[in-house]
Design a protein around this ligand. Structure first.
Ligand code: FMN
Length: 378
C-alpha cells in the first residue's frame, strides 16, 4: 500500500469512517453529505430498521467453499455491494468520482454514477476500466426539462460503456434540507454538475395570482410514468427505477418491463418520515416475486445489514454516505477500505448464520414477526 494515504488509526467500521470524516470535511461539506431532509427521521429510521431485525442463525452446516457471488441483470458479480450515486464527490476529496471508480474496480463492486457528478462520465468509465470480474457500471439519470438534452446525455453514457440506466424517481423536487440551510451550504468554487453544462434554462412563465411556484413552476416539467416508457424507447440499455417504496409502484414498474427496482428513500434526503427501506422492502419483494432485479439502499452500514436485505428479498445493496466518508478520509484507499470492511463483515455474517452462499440466505434467516421483527406479513 506504499504511496496510498493511510487509513486513519482506529478506523475499523463504516461508522468509524463517518466519525473520522466529520473531522476531515469542512462544515459546509459535512452538512451536505451527512445531512438529510427536515428532522432527519427517515435518515435515523433507515439505520434503526436494519438493526432492529434479529438474525436467527443456523449451526453446524457445511461452510467450506462458500462465496458471496450473485447474479444481477444476467451478470455474475463477486459480491452484492454497489456504490450508490452521490453528487459532487470532488467536494469530499479532490479525486472525487475517479477515486470511487478506482476503488469500486479494485474491490469488484458496482458503481452508479450520478447525473450530478463533478467528473465527466467518460473519465469515470476509464477509471473503472474493464478488468475481468469488475462490477457493473451504471449511470443514474435525472430527467431534465429539456428531453433532447436528456437524450444526448443517455447517448453519451451508452457510448462510454455504461451498462444500465438508473432513473431516480423520488426527487421531483428537493426535500426541505434544513441542515444545509442552517449551515448556509454553497457549492465550493470549481465544483459543479459537469453533465449539466449547456443545459438550456427551464422555460419560465409568470405565475398568476394563486398559482404555486412549485406546482405551476418546477413540477410542471416533472417526469411521469409516460417518461419511463419514453426513456425505454430511446435507449438500448436496461432501465432501473430508483426510489420505489410502494408495492403498487413496483407493480407498475414491472408492467412497464423495467429491468429492476431500487427500494430507496434517497437516504432520507427527500421526504422526511417516509418509510424506512428495510420496512418497505418485503412488500416490494412480494409484489415483484423475483421477476425483476431488486436492490435496496439506505442506512446499510454492516455486513449483517447486507445479509438482512438479501433475506428480505433484495439481490444487491448500495451504499451512499459511507463511501463518501471513506473518500474524504483517504481518497480511493478510503473507499476501497469501506468496501472491503463491508464485504468481510458480510462473509462473517454468512458464516455465523450458517449460509455458505447467498442462495442460503432467506426469510428463515430472520426471527418471526410475532416476536417483534417485521416481515412481509406484518
Ligand atoms: C450527499 C448525497 C448525494 C446524493 N446524490 C444523489 C444523486 O445525485 N442521485 C441519486 O439518485 N441519489 C443521490 N443520493 C442518494 C443515494 O444514491 C442513496 O440513495 C443514499 O445515499 C443511500 O443511503 P445511505 O447514504 O444511508 O447509504 C445522494 C445521497 C447523498 C448522501
Amino acid at each position: 500500500m506504499n504511496g496510498l494515504p493511510p487509513i486513519p488509526d482506529g478506523v475499523v467500521t463504516l461508522d468509524d469512517h463517518e466519525a473520522h470524516a466529520r473531522t476531515t470535511l469542512d462544515a459546509n461539506a459535512w452538512a451536505y453529505f451527512a445531512g438529510a431532509a427536515a428532522d432527519e427521521r427517515t435518515l435515523a429510521a433507515n439505520r434503526s430498521a436494519w438493526s432492529q431485525l434479529q438474525l436467527l442463525p443456523r449451526v453446524l452446516r457445511p461452510l467450506a467453499g462458500g462465496h458471496t457471488r450473485v447474479t444481477l441483470l444476467g451478470r455474475e458479480l463477486a459480491h452484492p455491494i454497489l456504490l450508490a450515486p452521490v453528487a459532487w464527490q470532488r467536494m469530499a476529496h479532490p479525486d472525487g468520482e475517479i477515486a470511487s471508480a478506482l476503488a469500486a474496480s479494485a474491490l469488484q463492486a458496482g458503481l452508479v454514477l450520478s447525473t450530478q457528478s463533478s467528473t465527466p462520465l467518460e473519465d469515470v468509465a476509464r477509471a473503472m476500466g474493464d478488468a475481468p470480474g469488475r462490477g457493473p457500471l451504471w449511470f443514474q439519470l435525472y430527467l431534465q426539462h429539456d428531453r433532447g438534452f436528456t437524450r444526448e446525455l443517455v447517448q453519451r453514457a451508452e457510448r462510454a460503456g455504461y451498462e444500465a440506466l438508473v432513473l431516480t424517481v423520488d426527487a421531483p423536487c428537493h426535500g426541505a434540507r434544513d441542515r444545509e440551510r442552517r449551515a448556509g451550504f454553497k457549492l465550493p468554487p470549481g465544483i459543479r454538475a459537469v453533465h449539466l453544462d449547456g443545459l438550456p434554462p427551464a422555460p419560465t412563465q409568470a405565475l398568476g395570482p394563486g398559482q404555486s411556484a412549485l406546482f405551476d413552476g418546477l413540477l410542471s416539467q416533472a417526469p411521469t410514468w409516460d417518461d419511463v416508457a419514453w426513456l425505454q424507447s430511446i435507449t438500448r440499455l436496461p432501465v432501473l427505477l430508483k426510489g420505489i417504496l410502494h408495492p403498487d409502484d413496483a407493480r407498475q414498474a414491472a408492467a412497464l418491463q423495467v429491468a429492476g427496482v431500487i427500494v430507496s428513500n434517497h437516504g432520507g434526503r427527500t421526504l422526511d418520515t417516509a418509510v424506512s427501506t428495510a420496512s418497505a422492502l418485503p412488500r416490494i419483494a412480494e409484489a415483484l416475486r423475483g421477476e425483476l432485479a431488486l436492490l435496496v439502499d439506505g442506512g446499510i452500514r454492516r455486513g449483517t445489514d447486507v445479509l438482512k436485505a438479501l433475506a428480505l428479498g433484495a439481490h444487491a445493496v448500495l451504499i451512499g454516505r459511507p463511501a463518501v466518508f471513506g473518500l474524504a478520509n483517504a481518497g480511493a484507499h478510503g473507499v476501497a477500505h469501506v468496501l472491503r470492511l463491508l464485504r468481510d463483515e458480510l462473509e462473517i455474517a454468512m458464516a455465523l448464520t450458517g449460509c455458505r452462499t447467498l442462495a442460503d440466505v432467506g426469510r428463515d434467516s430472520l426471527l418471526h414477526p410475532a416476536t417483534g421483527n417485521f416481515t412481509i406479513d406484518s
